[in-house]
Design a protein around this ligand. Structure first.
Ligand code: NAD
Length: 296
């Protein structure tokens, strides 16, 4: 069982424990590929922030490098200066897309102001696009033809599957419809023959929708959006939100999701926490995709 029991109400879907399990599988796959003469590698493009303070993308890249090393994945970081133009970034992505030894590419966000990520992401070879951000890969997800699914959406599916809940015939409600999370999750749920409802900030009566959900996936970026009276008893609740807030009791900064965890936990059957839920599984899914992209 990949989840652990909570002290009351819902069982907690432990993202860190699940990610550990996936990492062990990935490490085995990397070793098997190596034994067959394949190197598993990840090439990441990062446009540096203004000189001075270390950007959060830099910190993320350093963690990524360590995470890859732990699993035997080669990591190459291509840093461009903060003055990089669209042509500079596009040129690097095209070069990596064409290079035979490169099998997995990702482009760190944010890009400098005025550079449209969509245009850059469209240039990544779809077979090497391990974040699943090339529009061709989103199309492939619709056709059920791609193993390179956007990492957070893939993480959501793995977390729901860890509960053992049958998706076919379930009512699934996705709150949030971004291209990178809400829409791909809805499509993946449709492929599993769930009945899917997609909500957004203009949804008229959100609570009436969410109360129908056997599986509720929340990716809106609004702390406290989902209260206990919006959740069906026994539902699976996956909280994708990441919101930086200040704890009113202690005055300390903290990260919370979109779901009021303590109160919803008393009603739901399963719930993923923030932090320690979708985040670590998303990181593992990027590495899962990296290994899949290295397969001959
Ligand atoms: P986004 O910010 O691009 O879009 C938000 C979506 O939520 C929109 O469809 C909007 O209509 C909807 N929404 C906003 N307010 C709403 C409301 N009051 N009621 C109903 N719907 C509402 O979304 P995103 O990039 O998918 O990010 C969503 C959240 O998920 C953010 O907190 C983000 O930080 C987090 N996130 C987490 C991970 C992870 O790995 N854990 C990955 C990606 C995003």
């Amino acid at each position: 069982m990949s989840a652990m029991s909570g002290s009351g109400g819902a069982q907690i879907i432990d993202g860190r424990a699940l990610a550990d399990r996936f990492r062990a599988e990935i490490r085995r796959d990397v070793e098997q590929l190596k034994a067959r003469g394949r190197t598993v590698s990840l090439d990441a493009v990062l446009v540096d922030g203004e000189p001075g303070a270390k950007s959060s993308a830099r910190i993320y890249a350093e963690n990524q490098k360590a995470g890859c090393a732990e699993l035997g994945i080669e990591y190459r970081l291509h840093v461009l200066p903060h003055t990089a133009t669209y042509e500079d970034i596009a040129g690097r992505v095209l070069l990596l897309s064409a290079e035979e030894r490169v099998t997995a590419i990702m482009v760190h966000m944010p890009l400098p102001e005025g550079i449209d990520p969509y245009r850059v992401q469209s240039l990544i070879d779809p077979a090497k696009d391990v974040e699943g951000v090339n529009p061709a890969n989103i199309g492939n997800v619709v056709y059920d033809r791609s193993s390179l699914v956007p990492c957070t959406a893939l993480a959501v599916m793995k977390m729901v599957d860890s509960t053992g809940v049958e998706l076919r015939g379930s009512e699934v409600v996705c709150v949030g419809a971004s291209n990178i999370v809400g829409k791909p999750v809805a499509i993946l749920m449709m492929q599993r023959e769930a009945t899917v409802h997609s909500c957004n900030k203009y949804t008229q009566d959100l609570a009436a929708m969410t109360r129908q959900a056997d599986v509720l996936v929340v990716a809106a970026g609004k702390a406290g959006l989902i209260a206990a009276d919006m959740v069906k008893a026994g539902a699976v609740v996956i909280d994708v939100g990441i919101n930086r807030t200040v704890d009113p009791a202690t005055g300390k900064k903290r990260v919370v999701g979109d779901v009021s965890f303590d109160e919803v936990r008393a009603v739901a059957g399963w719930i993923s926490p923030v932090p320690g839920g979708v985040g670590p599984v998303t990181v593992a899914m990027l590495l899962r995709n990296t290994v899949d992209a290295a397969r001959p």
